[in-house]
Every structure is written in C-alpha cells, then in structure tokens.
Design a protein around this ligand. Structure first.
Ligand SMILES: C[S@@+](CC[C@H](N)C(=O)[O-])C[C@H]1O[C@@H](n2cnc3c(N)ncnc32)[C@H](O)[C@@H]1O
Length: 456
C-alpha cells in the first residue's frame, strides 16, 4: 500500500544520538549493563536506512533490522545495502502493526521522528513491540515533539494546513500573509521565528513533519506514563549535555518523582523536542554515580594543544567545531596529550588514569563531555587514527562521494567535501593503493583520518 512517504521522499540521515554507542554509554552511566559488542538493533520507521546502514558499516559484528510502511524508501535502502555488499542489515517494507516475532529480540530499538507522526494506536503498537522484543538490558530511543513549545508548532500548523493550501510553497505563502496582517507583538514574534525555522528546512521535511496527517505533541510526563503501561521506564535523555549538566537540578525543581522532574524541566526551558531513552521498568536506574562509572567507559578527544601559560595551565582547541578549554590538572593534561594523536580512536578511561584517580579529574572529564569537547564511548568504533600503508576509506563514504558532498563518517556524523577532486581521491582509497603512491599531500590524508572517514 502506497503512503505519502512513498509519494514524497523524506530526506533521512544519520542521527548520532541514536547510535547504540550513545545509548550504551548513557545506560552505563546510569548503572545498566547494556551490550557493547555484538548487538541487535531495530530502527522503526527507518525510511531509506540512512541512519541504519552507516551503523551496519561501522559495527560489522552486530545485526540491524529496519522497518518502514513505505516501500519506495525501503527499496532505495535495499539498493544501497546490495551495492555495499552488507550482510548484517535487513530492511523490510512492513507496518509496525504486522511486526513478525521472529525478527526480534533487540538490544537497541530506535524510533527517530516516528512517535509524533503516527496515530495513538500505532504509538501503542510501538511500545508493545518494545515490551515484547527489548532484551533485558536493552535501551529504546524515542524522539517526539513536546509541550510547551509544541503549542506554537500546533498554532502554525493550523495556519499552514488551512483549506486553500495545496503545496508546501502555498502553505508557507499563506503563513507569510498572516504574518503581514498580524499586529500583536507576541504573535508577530512567534510567527517570525516559525517562518525563519520553516525557511531553513527542506521542503520535503516540511511536507511530512508540518503538513502530514498525523502530528502529536506530548507532555513528557504523559509520554512516560504511556510507556510505563508497557513496562518501560525513563532512563535518560540521549544528549549528554542534558544528562550531565541539566539546566536545573532535581533539588532546585523539587518534584516528587523523575517524570515530574522531567516535566518541570520542559516547562522551565520551553522544550519542543525530546530524545528520550527508555529501559525495562525492572532495571534499577542510578542517577547519582556518573563520575564513579567513568572508568568503565572509553574516551576519545579531538582537542588540540594550543599553548601553555606561565602557571602551568594549558589551552586546548576543539578541532571539530567551536570551543576551547583551559585546563591545569596534571592527570587530565597527561590524558589529553595521550589522546590527541589517537583521535578519532578511544581508549579505556581506566588505562588513561592512575588506579585511584582524583575525583576532580573525573568531574572535569564529565564537564568536557557535557560541553561536547571529548567523547565518552562504550563501543570500539572502527575509525582509524593513523594512515595505513594501504589506506581504506569507509565503503559507505566512498559510495556517497560518488554522488554528492555529504558523507557519513564512521562516528555517525556528517562531513561535507565540496571539491570534486577531494571526493574522487576518497573513492580511490579502497586498500589497493599504497599511501606512498597517492598523488596528494600527507596532510590531506591525515585530515580524512581525523574526520572519521578511514577504516585503515
Ligand atoms: C518522519 S519519518 C522519519 C524517518 C526517519 N526515521 C528519520 O527520522 O529521518 C516517519 C517514518 O515512519 C514511517 N511509518 C509511519 N507509520 C508507520 C507504520 N505504521 N509502520 C512502519 N512505519 C511507519 C513512515 O513511512 C516514515 O518513513
């Protein structure tokens, strides 16, 4: 049966917050023991597999299943899988209501952009699937629109979906007309920010996300209540910043339970979208011992040493984006220097610190992770850090480089390589050519390694 996602393709991509590594890391910080080697992963509403296929490339020892109601994106994804010759990922054109039991169980279940865009009975079917097929220490990722910001989205959606609008362009034009007529300053501010948001979006995304038939916002407490009816509990949010450095502490918001605290956070911060992790209700969740659990994890650092001051403090710059850090604890400085040349590889934190590490260092690692300046990990990712004699780029990135600038890294992030020559070069890196024979500077090659595009 054809649905709107067959008629208008949804531009999917990789979402780092859904990576089993992220799910396992957040779960481990909360005292769970999620699987970190061979695992089984389900992506519900996977579209063309843009999120799932890079995971299958990066974690060859694990198995991946994607389902989607729309057959056309599934066929596109199956084509990509065949071209890459992957045997650890399968995509099925399937309604979640018909999910066959033999496909489970799963250690990680991902539903990105699904829960808010299906009717309530399909959301219940999703929770029921999790209840049936989630392994005992498994983790569910579910993203969804939330109130209070959702009220603004709903107000705009009403206008966009007015009866005369028969296209995205027509809907946006009508919204612009309403803005011109508006005089209330609160309303004009809201409309301006909504118009700006919509103008920055791909029109096909707007077609589905804003104009589609099913659109639901949730109070997080209600979402968690529904999940609880299926034996699932709130574990955490997926974003490390939300976990490690929430804008208000539990004490400050003084709520009777975790769901009420999360709801109070949303009220205070005007939350509009959540990336929530759930686990089975019977698992004990400990929200107080993050620093003590760090030695169970791995750490990678893209920080580059910049300078040393007279008092021994050192400045590091984030080579992946904005931000720098000024640090002075000798244990932390030694650890960062050790990791600098290894990026994007990680090392066990226990091997980087003395047996009885200073708790201050552990807290500073948490602060750096919350700021996105270092990466906490649970899985060994296959991104190599040093050029091999016969360099090998990710086969997915090589395939993507043949058709456009947007490439998915082995870290489940994206990089843009705009120059055609750079993309052609990447395609040559299939392990058959010696690094010494490549007609390009060593710095260019090193840059590909630091982007997380190289397997060897
Ligand atoms: C907003 S898209 C999200 C796609 C992708 N997960 C992403 O975030 O980019 C929602 C997807 O859910 C799929 N879907 C909707 N109802 C479904 C159902 N009952 N069973 C399986 N998939 C469904 C749609 O076909 C669509 O591909």
């Amino acid at each position: 049966m054809s649905n709107t996602y067959d008629q208008v393709l949804y531009p999917s991509k990789a979402f780092q917050d859904t990576h089993p590594d992220r799910l396992a890391t957040v779960a481990a910080l909360h005292g769970l023991q999620p699987p970190t080697r061979a695992c089984r992963v389900l992506d519900v509403g996977c579209g063309d597999g843009s999120n799932l296929i890079p995971l299958a490339v990066a974690l060859p020892g694990s198995h991946f299943v994607g389902i989607d109601l729309a057959a056309r994106p599934i066929a596109i994804g199956q084509g990509t899988i065949a071209r890459l010759g992957l045997s650890n990922v399968e995509l099925h054109a399937l309604d979640i209501l018909d999910f066959p039991a033999h496909l489970g169980p799963f250690d990680y279940i991902i539903a990105h952009g699904f829960c808010s865009w299906v009717p309530p009975f399909v959301l219940d079917a999703f929770f029921a699937l999790c209840q049936r097929h989630l392994s005992p220490h498994g983790v569910v990722f579910a993203s969804y629109n939330t109130y209070p910001e959702g009220h603004l989205r709903e107000a705009t959606r009403r206008i966009l979906r007015h009866p005369g609008a028969d296209s995205v362009a027509g809907a946006k034009a009508y919204l612009a007309t309403v803005r011109q007529q508006a005089t209330n300053p609160v309303w004009t501010t809201i409309l301006d920010s909504e118009i700006e948001r919509l103008n920055a979006r791909d029109e096909n995304v707007t077609y589905h996300d804003e104009l589609g038939g099913a659109y639901h916002c949730f109070y997080v407490a209600h979402f968690l209540e529904r999940a609880a009816a299926f034996g699932l509990q709130f574990l955490s949010e997926a974003k490390l910043r939300a976990v490690l450095s929430p804008p208000f502490s539990r004490e400050a918001l003084a709520q009777p339970n975790e769901a009420a605290y999360q709801q109070a956070l949303d009220f205070a911060t005007f939350q509009g979208f959540r990336r929530t992790l759930l686990c089975r209700a019977e698992n004990p969740v400990d929200r107080d011992g993050f620093a003590g659990r760090l030695p169970e994890l791995l750490l990678a650092s893209p920080l580059r040493f910049v300078s040393r001051s007279a008092n021994g403090g050192e400045t590091f710059r984030n080579e992946r984006g904005p931000g720098q850090a000024e640090l002075n604890h000798p244990q932390l400085l030694a650890l960062l220097h050790q990791l600098e040349s290894l990026w994007p590889q990680a090392r066990p934190i226990a091997s980087l610190l003395p047996p009885d590490p200073d708790p201050a260092v552990l807290n500073q690692i948490l602060a750096l992770a919350a700021a996105g300046l270092v990466a906490l990990r649970s899985f060994e990712l296959p991104a190599a850090s040093a050029p091999a004699r016969y360099p090998v780029a990710s086969p997915l990135a090589r395939l993507q480089a043949s058709s456009g600038p947007l490439l998915t890294t082995l870290l489940h992030t994206h990089v843009q390589i705009e120059e055609a020559a750079g993309r052609q070069f990447l395609q040559l890196l299939d392990g058959t050519r010696a690094a010494s024979s490549l007609a390009v500077g060593g710095e260019t090659l090193k840059a590909l390694y630091r982007m997380g595009l190289m397997i060897a």
